[in-house]
Design a protein around this ligand. Structure first.
Ligand code: SF4
Length: 970
C-alpha cells in the first residue's frame, strides 16, 4: 500500500510534536485517498512528470516548509547530465521569482534515460551550489605550484593564450600545442576547433579508460564499441559490473532489468560481488585476467555442440582467408573443425583451473548463450579490457561468442555502437591536419587505439618534445592517472610545459600546477550535443545552459553564457570560438574561416548558429519542430531548447551491414575476385554476399575478421586469431610466499565520478572511503580484521590503507575502489572540502616523494548549512599515484591491475601514508616500452589505414601518415 503505519519512534515523535503528525484522521484530504492505491498505482503517480506545455509555469508545493502549503512557481528547462558519459536527460527547476536553479529531475523526453537518473544526476544541484567552486578566471602568482592566484579578466586570458598559439603556429611548432581532455561531452566539437587550427593536438584519457576493449572489438569488425540491446535479449553476459555500476549506468541498467522482466538471464564475470553481480542469475568470480580463457571455453562448447549460427559464420566472417593461411581446403566444415582444433585446450576444466569459475557453470552458460542465439547481448568496457596485459583479447573473445551465435547487429544482440549514435555535420568543416604528433601517437605503439597519454610525462622527461601551450580540460592526471608524481615533476618545469591552462569547473590536484585556471560550466551551464548507444535506437540530446535559456524565454537574452552563469563561469564552446578568432584576427592564417557564421558571411559564428546548423541537418527534426509550432530560421534549435532531446530512430537499426550498396555507388566499381570486396576509386564500398552487393563492415574483408592479416602485417602473427593472453598479474608470476597478490583498482562505487564528485555533498555523504576489500580467508591468514591498517607495496612505492573484510571478494584477490583519496596541500586554494584530505608532500630531490595526511575531512562554515553537519572524517587514500605505467604493447591501454606485496605497517607508519620513487617508475616505463614492435608497417604506414584514429590526420600517400625516412632506409 502507498500508506504506511508510523513506526514506534515516529509515533512518539508525532505525539510530542517533534515532527508533524501525518497519521491523525483526515490529516490531509489527499492522504486519505492515497490509502486506496496499490503500490503499482502509487509508482505510476511518480511517473507523472510535469508535461512540457506547463514547463514555463509549473507550480509545486515547497517541500521544505511542508506541511505548510506554500506554492513555488518554476520554469523547467531541459539539459543533460555531465556526471558520466551517458548524458541522461535532466530538467532544471528554476524558481521563477529568484531565477535560481532549485533542483534537477529527469527529462521524460530523453529517449536514452526516459526520465530516469542515477544518484549522480540530481546531485548536479550540489555541484552548481558548491560553496568552494571556482567562479572567476585566475592566473598564478609566484612559482608554479606555490598556490597563489590572482583574479584576471577573460580578455587577459584569451589574449595571452591566443598570442602564444599564434606564435607557435607561425613558427611551425604546431606539435607544441595540445589539448588534453578527461570527460569529453560534445560530439566532434574539438575536431572542428583543433583541425581548424591545423594541429594534431588532441590527447584524450582513453588509454587509461577503455581503449583495450576498443582494440579487441575493432580488430574484429572495424567498430570500437558495442551497443548491447539488453531489453530485447534472452541472455546477457557482462564482463565485470564496471559498465553497469558507473558507465552508461542508468540507461543500460533500466534496460537490463526490462530484459530480465521479459525472461532474460544475466551473467556477470567479476572477482567482486558488485551491485550488478548481486542482481545476476550467474556470478562468475573469475581470477582477474583469465576472462578470455573462460570465453574461449564457451566458444569451444558452442562449436563442438553445433550451437553456432552457420549462416552468419559462413556469410559474415572471413573464414576463407583463415583456411588459406592454413593451407586447408576451402570448405565451411573445415572452418569449424580447424577452430575446434585451435581451441581444443580450452576445456571447461582448463578454464576452471585458470579462472576459478566452476566448469559446470561455464558449460551451463555456454548452453544458454547457444540457446539465446542472435538474442545474446554482451558488454566489456573497462574492467578486464583495461586491466591486463593483453586485456584487449577479452573483448575479442567476447565478440567471438556474438559472432558464433550470429548476435552481431541482431535484435536482442550486440550492435556496433556507431549504428546507434548520431554524428553531426558541422559548418565549414576544416581539412584534416597535415602533421602527426609523435608525443601522442609514438612509433613504438602503431596499433595503440588512442593517444599514449599516460606516457606523456615520460616522453617529456626523456626529452622527446616540449609542450608550449597545453590545455587540460576536466582532466586531472596527477590524481587520476598512474604515476601522478611524474606528472607533478613535469608540470612544475616550465621547460617541459610552457603555459598550462586548466579548464575546469572545480579545483583539482592538476589545476594546482597550472598557470591559468579558467572556470567552465557544469552540466547545466554549458552547451554540448550528446548521442550515445544506450539501446537499439538513436537519439540526440542538447545540453544547454539553463539560466541562459530561462533568461531568453523571459525576454532578457545574453550574448555570452558567462553573463547568465554564476560569477564569470563560462563554457568551452564560446571560449574556443573566441580564442580561435583571436589567434587569427584578420583571417590571414586561414584559421578564422572555419569559425565564421554559415548564415552571415565573414562574421563570427554564434553558438546558436553552430547548433542550428547541425540540428537543421537531422532528418525529420525541422518538420517535427514546425509541427510543434516553431517557425523561422531557428525552428530546429528552438525545438531542442524546449525539449532537450530528439529521437532520430526508435529501433530499426539492426543488421545494417546488410544494407544494399546503391545502384549509383556501384557504377564504375569492381569486385575483388578473391574475397568479393567491392572497390571504387581506390576505396572499399561494400562486399558481395549471397550474390548481393551490401555495405558490410569497415574492415579489409568487409566482414568480421576471425583471421586478422593486420596483426600479421604489424608484427604480431601469434595473435592472428582470437587468443587468451596471460596477464602481467597471472597467478604464475605472483610469489605468494612473499605476500604477493593482485590488486583490482578499477571498480568504482556507483555514486562517484572519478575526481569530479568531490563537489557533490550527497554523493560524498554516501561514499567517502576506499578500503581494501579482502576475503575472510585471506584476512584470517594475515590476521587482519576490518579497520586494520595494511601496507600495499606496488612496483614503485606503497600506500597505507585500511582493510574491509568481506565475502564479496574472491579469495586470493584484493580490490580498492578509485574516485576516493582526494587531497590538497595547506597552501592550495580551498576546494571540494566535502571530500579532500589536507596532505603534506615532501620531495627528496632525487625522485623520492612522500605524502602524509595532515587532516581528514571536517565540518566548515559556508552558505550551505550542511557543510557544518559533515560527520565523516576519512577522505580515503590516493592509490593511483603509487602505480607505475604499464602500457599494453599492442592496444596501448594502461593495464590497471597491480601486483602488490601485502604487509603489516610498522608502528611509525600511518593511514594514508604514500611513497613513490619516480626513478623507478621511469625504469618500469622503459621495461614496458621494450615490449613493443614499432612502426612502420606495410608501405611505411604509421598505423593501419583502416583503423580509425581520433582526429584523423591527412592520409595522402607520402604525407604525415607515413614514416618516409624509414621507408627510404628499407
Ligand atoms: S547514468 Fe547517472 S551520472 Fe550518468 S548521465 Fe545518467 S544520471 Fe548522469
Amino acid at each position: 500500500m502507498g500508506y504506511k503505519k508510523p513506526s514506534f519512534i515516529e509515533g512518539i515523535a508525532e505525539k510530542l510534536g517533534i515532527i508533524p503528525n501525518l497519521h491523525k484522521d483526515n490529516y490531509q484530504e489527499f492522504d486519505g485517498d492515497m490509502r486506496q492505491f496499490s503500490d503499482e498505482e502509487v509508482a505510476k503517480m511518480y511517473e507523472n512528470f510535469p508535461p512540457p506545455e506547463k514547463w514555463d509555469n509549473w507550480v509545486e508545493y515547497n517541500p521544505k516548509v511542508w506541511p505548510k502549503k506554500e506554492k513555488t512557481t518554476y520554469q523547467i528547462v531541459p539539459t543533460t547530465c555531465f556526471n558520466c558519459e551517458s548524458a541522461c536527460g535532466l530538467t532544471a527547476f528554476i524558481n521563477k521569482e529568484t531565477q535560481e536553479v532549485v533542483k534537477f529531475e529527469g527529462n521524460p523526453q530523453h529517449p536514452g534515460s526516459r526520465g530516469r537518473n542515477c544518484a549522480k544526476g540530481p546531485a548536479t544541484i550540489n555541484q552548481i551550489t558548491d560553496p568552494d567552486r571556482i567562479l572567476y578566471p585566475l592566473k598564478r602568482k609566484g612559482k608554479r605550484g606555490d598556490g597563489e592566484w590572482e583574479r584576471i579578466s577573460w580578455n587577459e586570458a584569451l589574449d595571452t593564450i591566443a598570442a602564444r598559439i599564434r606564435k607557435a603556429i607561425k613558427e611551425d611548432r604546431r606539435n607544441e600545442i595540445a589539448y588534453h581532455v578527461g570527460r569529453p561531452g560534445h560530439e566532434k566539437f574539438m575536431n572542428w576547433i583543433l583541425q581548424g587550427w591545423g594541429i594534431d593536438g588532441h590527447n584524450s584519457h582513453t588509454n587509461i579508460c577503455s581503449s583495450g576493449a576498443r582494440f579487441g572489438y575493432n580488430i574484429w569488425y572495424g567498430y570500437d564499441r558495442p551497443s548491447p540491446d539488453h531489453a530485447e535479449a534472452k541472455f546477457i553476459l557482462l564482463i565485470s559490473a564496471h559498465l553497469e555500476s558507473g558507465h552508461y549506468f542508468n540507461p543500460h541498467a533500466q534496460r537490463i532489468i526490462e530484459g530480465k522482466m521479459k525472461g532474460a538471464k544475466l551473467a556477470t564475470m567479476d572477482p567482486r560481488l558488485s551491485n550488478t553481480a548481486s542482481m545476476s542469475d550467474y556470478w562468475m568470480p573469475s581470477y582477474p585476467g583469465t576472462e578470455a580463457a573462460v570465453l574461449l571455453a564457451m566458444a569451444l562448447i558452442i562449436l563442438e555442440e553445433g550451437l553456432y549460427n552457420r549462416d552468419y559464420l559462413e556469410n559474415w566472417t572471413n573464414w576463407q582467408d583463415y583456411l588459406k593461411s592454413k593451407n586447408v581446403e576451402i570448405k565451411f566444415e573445415n572452418y569449424i573443425s580447424e577452430m575446434i582444433k585451435e581451441y581444443k585446450e580450452f576445456t571447461p576444466e582448463f578454464a576452471e583451473k585458470e579462472s576459478g569459475v566452476k566448469a559446470e557453470m561455464i558449460v551451463e552458460i555456454a548452453h544458454k548463450i547457444g540457446e539465446a542465439g542472435e538474442r545474446f547481448a554482451s558488454h566489456n568496457w573497462r574492467s578486464a579490457g583495461a586491466s591486463n596485459l593483453g586485456g584487449w583479447a577479452v573483448a575479442r573473445c567476447l565478440h567471438f561468442l556474438s559472432v558464433l551465435t550470429g548476435a552481431v547487429g541482431a535484435k536482442g544482440g550486440t550492435s556496433p555502437n556507431s549504428w546507434n549514435k548520431f554524428s553531426p555535420t558541422q559548418p565549414n568543416p576544416p581539412a584534416p591536419q597535415k602533421v602527426w604528433n609523435e608525443l601522442h601517437f609514438p612509433k613504438e605503439y602503431p596499433l595503440a587505439f588512442f593517444e599514449m597519454s599516460q606516457l606523456l610525462p615520460h616522453f617529456l622527461k626523456e626529452g622527446r618534445g616540449y609542450m608550449d601551450v597545453y590545455f587540460s580540460r576536466v582532466f586531472n592526471p596527477i590524481w587520476t592517472y598512474p604515476d601522478g608524481f611524474t606528472w607533478m615533476e613535469m608540470f612544475m618545469r616550465e621547460d617541459k610545459f610552457g603555459l598550462h591552462t586548466a579548464l575546469t569547473p572545480t579545483w583539482n590536484e592538476t589545476a594546482f600546477y597550472a598557470d591559468f585556471v579558467l572556470p567552465m560550466g557544469l552540466a547545466s551551464e554549458r552547451h554540448d550535443i550528446n548521442s550515445y548507444a544506450t539501446h537499439g535506437g538513436t537519439w540526440v540530446a542538447f545540453r544547454q545552459p539553463v539560466l541562459r535559456e530561462a533568461a531568453r524565454r523571459n525576454g532578457n537574452p545574453v550574448e555570452y553564457t558567462y553573463q547568465a552563469n554564476p560569477g564569470e563561469v563560462w563554457e568551452e564552446d564560446e571560449f574556443w570560438i573566441e580564442l580561435s578568432w583571436r589567434i587569427d584576427p584578420d583571417g590571414s592564417m586561414g584559421i578564422r574561416k572555419t569559425f565564421e557564421s554559415p548564415y552571415r558571411p565573414g562574421e563570427k559564428i554564434t553558438v546558436d548558429e553552430y547548433y542550428q546548423y547541425i540540428f537543421e541537418r537531422i532528418d525529420g527534426l525541422t518538420n517535427k519542430a514546425e509541427a510543434d509550432g516553431f517557425t523561422g530560421q531557428f525552428a530546429a534549435l528552438e525545438y531542442m531548447k524546449k525539449y532537450g532531446a530528439y529521437e532520430i530512430e526508435a529501433g530499426e537499426s539492426y543488421n545494417m551491414n546488410e544494407r544494399p550498396v546503391s545502384e549509383d555507388k556501384l557504377k564504375g566499381s569492381v569486385v575483388d575476385p578473391d574475397n568479393g570486396v567491392i572497390r571504387k576509386d581506390g576505396k572499399d564500398i561494400g562486399v558481395m554476399v549471397n550474390g548481393k552487393a551490401v555495405v558490410g563492415f569497415p574492415t579489409p574483408s568487409r566482414k568480421n575478421e576471425f583471421y586478422s592479416q593486420t596483426m600479421i602485417d604489424w608484427k604480431w602473427p601469434e595473435y592472428a586469431i582470437p587468443q587468451y593472453i596471460k596477464s602481467h598479474i597471472h597467478n604464475d608470476v605472483l610469489d605468494k610466499s612473499k605476500g604477493e597478490y593482485v590488486l583490482v583498482p578499477t571498480f568504482r562505487l556507483p555514486t562517484l565520478i572519478h575526481s569530479r564528485s568531490g563537489n557533490a555533498k550527497w554523493l560524498v555523504e554516501i561514499s567517502n572511503r576506499n578500503p581494501i576489500w579482502m576475503h575472510p580467508d585471506d584476512a584470517k591468514k594475515w590476521g587482519f580484521k576490518t579497520g586494520d591498517l595494511v601496507k600495499m607495496n606496488t612496483d614503485i612505492g606503497y600506500f597505507i590503507d585500511k582493510v574491509w573484510v568481506t565475502q564479496s571478494m574472491k579469495p586470493g584477490v584484493v580490490a580498492c575502489s578509485h574516485h576516493i583519496g582526494r587531497w590538497r596541500r595547506p597552501q592550495d586554494k580551498i576546494g571540494n572540502r566535502w571530500a579532500t584530505n589536507t596532505v603534506k608532500i615532501v620531495n627528496d630531490g632525487n625522485g623520492g616523494w612522500k605524502m602524509n595526511t595532515m587532516s581528514g575531512i571536517k565540518p566548515f562554515e559556508s552558505k550551505d548549512k550542511d557543510s557544518k553537519r559533515i560527520f565523516w572524517k576519512d577522505g580515503g587514500v590516493h592509490q593511483n599515484i603509487t602505480h607505475a605505467v604499464h602500457p599494453d604493447p599492442i592496444s596501448g591501454m594502461h593495464t590497471w591491475h597491480q601486483r602488490v606485496r601485502i604487509e603489516k605497517p610498522t608502528a611509525d607508519e600511518n593511514y594514508g601514508d604514500i611513497f613513490v620513487d619516480t626513478n623507478k617508475s621511469h625504469e618500469i616505463y622503459k621495461e614496458w616500452l621494450a615490449m613493443t614492435r614499432p612502426a612502420p608497417g606495410p608501405n611505411g604506414e604509421r598505423r593501419p589505414l583502416w583503423f580509425k584514429r581520433a582526429f584523423t590526420p591527412d592520409k595522402t600517400e607520402g604525407g604525415c601518415y607515413y614514416i618516409t625516412d624509414d621507408k627510404k632506409e628499407k
